[in-house]
Design a protein around this ligand. Structure first.
Ligand code: ATP
Length: 253
C-alpha cells in the first residue's frame, strides 16, 4: 500500500520586487509517495526550484499547506523550520557546498553530529556509506579541493543521507558533472532509493529523469503532467525511454 510523504494543498508562492508581483506557484496540489524517486521537470522559470524549496522547508510559501509526514511545515517559523529540515530533509545541489578546510569524513560527521551525538556510531555509518558509494578509504582524509567533481558530489550525497532523512531533495545534482561522473552520481541515487529512500529531484536532463519512477511536469506554476514511469533498471528497456520521450513531447518540452 502506498503512503503519502508530502502533500501540498493550494500551494502558492509569490515574489514581489519593485512593486511588481510574480505568482510563481499557483494553487498547486501535489501528493508525493514515500519511497518514490520523483522527478520534477518543466521549462526554465516554470517554478521547479521554487516548488522544491517550498516542500522542503527551505523557503516559506505565500499561501497553502505543505503537509510533510503529517506536519504542516508552511505554518512553522524560521527556527522551527531549521530544526525540521535538519531532522527530516537531505539536500543535494548542483553547487556542492562541502567545507574546504575539513576532510571528507569530517564534512559528513559535522552534518551528522547536528542530529546524533554518538560519534562512534556516526563514524561507522559514514564509512559504510562511503564504501557503498565507491569512495575508498584513501579519500576519507582528503580535502574537498582534492576530489573530482563527481567524487565531491557523491560525498555530498552521503552528507545528505547521514541523518537518515525522510526525503532527499536534489536540484540539478549532476548539472556540473561530465557524463561518467554524472552516471556514478545517478547510480548512488538509484542505490539509496532502492534501499527505500524517498527522493525528489529537479532536472532538465532526460538521462537523469529516467532514474525516477514518476515524472511531474510543471508549466507556469501548475502541474500539467504526471507520468508513472516505473522503476529504473540497469538494462532499461527502450519502451521506458520512449514513454518518457512521448510524455515530454506532449508537454512541449
Ligand atoms: N528569491 C526570488 N526572488 C524573486 N524572484 C524569484 C526568486 N526565486 C525565483 N524567482 C523567480 O521565480 C521564477 C521561477 O523560478 P525557479 O527558479 O523556481 O524556476 P525553475 O523552473 O527552477 O527554473 P530553471 O529551470 O531555470 O532553474 C523565475 O521567474 C524566477 O526569477
Amino acid at each position: 500500500m502506498t503512503k503519502t510523504i508530502i502533500k501540498t494543498e493550494k500551494l502558492c508562492k509569490t515574489f514581489s520586487s519593485g512593486g511588481i508581483q510574480q505568482h510563481v506557484l499557483k494553487n498547486l496540489d501535489m501528493n508525493l509517495i514515500q519511497g518514490d524517486f520523483t522527478i520534477i521537470m518543466g521549462s526554465s522559470g516554470s517554478g521547479k526550484s521554487t516548488l522544491l524549496y517550498a516542500i522542503s522547508g527551505m523557503d516559506k510559501p505565500t499561501l497553502g499547506i505543505v503537509d510533510f509526514a503529517g506536519e504542516n511545515i508552511a505554518a512553522l517559523n524560521n527556527d522551527q523550520l531549521a530544526i525540521f529540515r535538519r531532522k527530516n530533509c537531505g539536500f543535494v545541489f548542483q553547487q556542492i557546498y562541502l567545507l574546504d578546510n575539513m576532510s571528507v569524513l569530517d564534512n559528513i560527521l559535522t552534518s551528522g553530529l547536528l542530529v546524533n551525538n554518538n560519534k562512534r556510531e556516526l563514524v561507522k555509518l559514514a564509512k559504510d556509506l562511503l564504501i557503498q558509494i565507491g569512495i575508498d578509504e584513501n579519500a576519507w582524509s582528503k580535502f574537498p579541493t582534492q576530489l573530482s567533481g563527481g567524487e565531491a558530489q557523491r560525498v555530498g550525497i552521503v552528507r545528505a543521507i547521514i541523518n537518515n532523512p525522510k526525503v532527499i531533495f536534489a536540484d540539478e545534482p549532476t548539472g556540473a558533472l561530465n557524463s561518467l561522473a554524472s552516471d556514478n552520481v545517478l547510480d548512488v541515487f538509484t542505490h539509496v532509493n532502492r534501499d527505500g529512500q524517498s527522493i525528489v529531484l529537479v532536472t532538465h536532463d532526460m538521462k537523469t529523469a529516467l532514474r525516477g519512477n514518476r515524472i511531474i511536469y510543471l508549466k507556469d506554476g501548475v502541474i500539467c503532467g504526471d507520468l508513472q514511469l516505473g522503476a529504473y533498471t540497469e538494462n532499461d528497456p527502450i519502451e521506458r525511454h520512449e514513454k518518457l520521450r512521448i510524455f515530454l513531447a506532449e508537454m512541449g518540452w
